[in-house]
Write a protein that binds this ligand. Structure first.
Ligand code: AMP
Ligand code: MG
Length: 404
């Protein structure tokens, strides 16, 4: 059975091989957050475009003051945005504001706090180094330099950078469409009153939200009963999207028909089990040239396996690089012990109250228990290779999306 990282690698490999250059669309900067850039962004000029003062103070010639203090003649004033035509000569200076261009002749700015100005003269009270409090022209970026590469995911600094260079609209890759189909005779719509042994379709909701958070367009297809005919019909509809994600019907039960129906439709499978809990019976394949995931129906399994396996596929089809799993290390509060030789993802609480990250497993009822997951802010990862973890050990933590 594949480990989760090998299974992930497989998904990445298959998604890359199937990736067609996604179509692009134009997005206003305000609408482009988290989209994937479809071209490079180039510096339209040097940044900063002039030698920029980083302080309110006086623009001086360092050599006039040097290691001593000194008195200089004030020959003018420069605000941010001003053009100053004069040249600073020996013994002269100009009052300057933050963000203004340092005038020719000056090579340092002295903070106002280190001076004693009068009307026409100023006493500089500290030693002055050439270059101090000046960001030289072109030191952040040179004109024509590539600032953002194609395939960059656009966060707030990237959008601010695009704005800075005047790209008020960006070409971004079209979001991939992800069809979401749950299965199960016992599953009813969330606005229905379930019978005593029925469950509401919570997976439709979690998968829709996770899909949107991943940067794709969810196409909700509702629920298919555990009968080959209707399941086949809805599966075929799902194959019109870029990715089809099914939930349920992938275990060994008599009515777990997803793999069979997909096989009849010509699917090729790359794995149908992964050495994880929850989520072991996860199925991944291609069908009619589309990526198909059959995720186990237990709600926590569905969410964990989406994050582990579907997310990198969406990244790739959306024109980006697959985001790495954002694992980090935390100290374990109490010992943890698992029996099954699988990598376990246990709902857990992470806190920093002692100044370092400490993680505590939450008692839970297994992969159907969304009540506990909603009280967790992360998964504690118990690796297959080490099922007994002692209190105080550093362990892997997989944050719940949006929690940190
Ligand atoms: P399955 O993977 O089909 O064997 O389903 C495993 C468990 O998950 C069963 O207890 C189902 O009732 C539950 N389940 C399946 N699909 C959903 C769904 N869409 N929403 C909530 N629970 C589900
Ligand atoms: Mg089922």
């Amino acid at each position: 059975m594949l480990s989760y990282d090998h299974a992930r690698q497989k998904v990445i490999e298959v998604a890359r091989a199937r990736r067609r250059a996604p179509a692009t669309e134009l997005a206003e900067l305000g609408q482009a957050f988290d989209r994937v850039l479809a071209h490079r962004v180039i510096a339209d000029r040097d940044y900063p475009p002039f030698d920029r003062s980083t302080r309110d103070g006086f623009a001086v010639r360092a050599q006039d003051v040097g290691a001593r203090s000194g008195t200089l003649e004030i020959i003018g004033e420069i605000k941010a945005g001003d053009t100053f035509t004069g040249v600073i000569g020996p013994g002269q200076c100009v009052q300057i504001m933050t963000g203004a261009a340092v005038p020719p002749g000056a090579d340092a700015v002295v903070m106002i706090e280190h001076t004693k100005p009068s009307k026409t003269r100023v006493v500089i009270e500290r030693a002055v180094e050439p270059g101090q409090n000046i960001v030289p022209r072109g030191s952040e970026a040179k004109a024509s330099q590539v600032l953002l590469e194609t395939a960059t995911r656009l966060g707030y600094p990237e959008l601010a950078l695009a704005a800075q260079v005047g790209e008020h609209r960006l070409q971004v890759f079209r979001r991939p469409c992800v069809a979401i189909l749950s299965t199960g005779d016992e599953v009813v719509r969330v606005d229905e009153i379930p019978g005593p042994f029925q469950v509401r379709n919570s997976n439709g909701v979690s998968l829709g939200v996770l899909t949107a958070l991943a940067g794709a367009e969810p196409v909700p297809l509702g629920n298919a009963p555990d009968r080959a005919g209707p399941l086949r019909g809805l599966t075929e509809r799902g194959l019109e999207a870029d990715v089809l994600v099914l939930s349920g019907g992938v275990s060994m039960g008599k009515y777990d028909l997803v793999e069979m129906v997909l096989r009849e439709l010509g699917a090729e499978f790359f794995f149908d089990a992964v050495a994880i809990r929850p989520g072991r019976p996860t199925v991944f394949g291609t069908c009619r040239d589309k990526l198909v995931f059959g995720l186990p129906g237990n709600p926590v399994s569905t969410m964990v396996t989406f994050e582990l396996f579907v997310l990198p596929a969406i990244d790739i089809l959306g024109g980006a690089a697959p985001r790495p799993l954002p694992f980090f290390r935390a100290r374990l509060a109490a010992p943890v012990s698992q029996r099954a030789p699988l990598t376990h993802f246990l709902p857990a609480q992470l806190n920093w109250t002692t100044g370092e990250p400490v993680v505590s497993e939450l008692p839970w009822q297994g992969s159907g228990d969304i009540v506990t997951l909603a009280a967790a802010n992360c998964f504690l990862v118990v690796p297959q290779a080490k099922l007994e973890l002692a209190a105080g050990e550093w362990v892997d933590v997989f944050p719940r999306r949006g929690m940190f």
